[in-house]
Design a protein around this ligand. Structure first.
Ligand SMILES: [Zn+2]
Length: 452
């Protein structure tokens, strides 16, 4: 016990020291604690209930929605959304959640856990509930492919953990088949397709017999409902089925014994999945439909993921399109495609760290649906960073007019490459490594516009 306490105190001191020197190293206290007490994750006091959130896309949004809802419900919620989601980040978060005497200060933990960290985290921390948002092809150098990640999860998830799974995702939906589970999904929508219109389709064949799957409907990529014509395998039935009315700000979620209506923070399909998943999770935690509807009514999408601001007649829209993650880019491009008007796009989905330390793999550019940008009414492209020419090549390959593309070497110089035009909105598409440059670009463009 002394060893655990020493580790906790050292980590807490490190955290204070980091704050004093204004350094942002959210996982550092976890690293220190694990050095002093290798069994810290197993031995530290934890909240009575643990909810884990994992999946390729939507982890932070889902964790934030759940955390906000539970806090409004009056519970003391510990959460790592603003920190790291690796094992060190999880340990650092749990340390923040205990008193100097080692007692837990919270009722419930909502922990975002990186898929690949699962095999390190779950042996020493058993979630009561685990939601997997989806599994897609992610950064190829880090994640290989989604079935490989699904196998990691299946091997790592404790047998008693209850799962909240996406019925419309045949990859994450089939994880840990022996575990208790509920499924969420979205009923057929007017915008559904049958054949895949994306460059990536990670589940074209039956996972049981390898025959070609028949998709009854498909939302994007492999997300939808499919069946096998040979062995009669089929997508699972959702226990929580979202029904979306176009233009509505709410989603109906149908359960066997009733229906609830819940506020949507965004009408983008991937965010509707996030909301329906959150409803399924909160219902599984035992909350009533009316209560959940009230708790979600004020929820908002994290500001760092999407927002629009305006000055001097210029509208600048920030859209996160995670670098190395073709799916996140395609979702962002698809969303933009659905918005009206003429557009200038400043592409900042850049891997700044990779440019400095190692040779980035650019294959993901050819997995991302840049073709959607061509269909989105974009009349000017600014490509930025060390890989600006790779972005230009990809855009031309997708069908962009080369004369509509300008290249900007340093992200920080991007505002100078913006060309104001009345009625043309500016879209800044940014990855997680260029947040300061992306927001500085927005502010500079708005400041220029305000002066004109
Ligand atoms: Zn089959």
């Amino acid at each position: 016990m002394v060893r655990v306490l020493v580790a906790i105190w050292a980590a807490k001191l490190a955290r204070v020291a980091l704050r004093l020197v204004r350094r942002n190293g959210t996982q550092v206290p976890g690293v220190i604690a694990a050095k002093l007490c290798p069994a810290i994750l197993r031995r530290i006091a934890k909240p009575a209930t643990i909810v884990a959130v994992t999946g390729t896309n939507g982890k932070t949004t889902v964790a934030n929605l759940v955390t906000d809802a539970l806090r409004r419900d009056g519970r003391r919620v510990l959460n790592n959304s603003y920190g790291s989601n690796t094992i060190d980040g999880v340990v650092a978060c749990l340390i923040e959640g205990v008193t100097p005497g080692g007692k837990s200060r919270f009722d419930i933990a909502v922990l975002e856990v990186d898929e690949r960290s699962s095999r390190l985290v779950y042996p020493d921390l058993t979630p009561d509930l685990l939601i997997i948002t989806n599994l897609f092809r992610d950064s190829i150098t880090r994640n290989a492919h989604p079935h490989y990640i699904a196998d990691i999860l299946t091997a790592a998830i404790p047998v008693s953990t209850r799962l909240v799974l996406n019925a419309d995702d045949l990859i994450s939906g089939r994880v840990a088949p022996g575990n208790p589970r509920v499924y969420f999904g979205i009923a057929p929508m007017g915008s559904d397709v049958i054949d895949c219109v994306n460059r990536i389709d990670d589940q074209p064949i039956c996972p049981v017999c390898a025959a070609d799957l028949v998709y009854d409907y498909r939302r994007y990529h492999h997300i939808g409902h499919a069946h096998c014509p040979v062995c009669h395998f089929a997508s699972p039935t959702a226990d929580f089925q979202g029904i979306v009315t176009p233009g509505a700000e709410t989603v109906d979620v149908v359960e066997r014994d009733g229906t609830g209506t819940y506020h949507l923070a965004s009408d983008a399909i991937f965010n509707i999945y996030n909301t329906v998943g959150v409803v399924a999770l909160l219902r599984t935690l035992g909350l009533g439909r009316t209560r959940i509807a009230a708790l979600l009514s004020g929820g908002q999408i994290t500001a760092s993921r999407y927002n629009a601001s305006q000055a001097g007649g210029v509208k600048v829209i920030m859209q996160m399109t995670k670098d190395l993650n073709a799916l996140a880019c395609s979702r962002g491009f698809d969303y933009i495609r659905g918005l009206p008007g003429e557009k200038e796009v400043i592409l900042m989905a850049n891997c700044v760290e990779d440019a400095r330390t190692w040779s980035e793999n650019t294959s993901w550019l050819y997995d991302a649906d840049f073709e959607f940008l061509i269909q989105a009414g974009v009349t000017r492209y600014v490509t930025t960073g060390a890989r600006r020419r790779d972005f230009t090549l990809r855009l031309v390959y997708a069908g962009a007019d080369p004369s509509a593309i300008v290249e900007c070497e340093r992200e920080a110089d991007a505002p100078r490459y913006h060309q104001p035009k009345p009625g043309r909105d500016v879209y800044i598409l940014y990855g997680t490594e260029v947040l300061p440059q992306a927001f500085a670009t927005r502010d500079a463009i708005l400041a220029q516009a305000a002066k004109r």
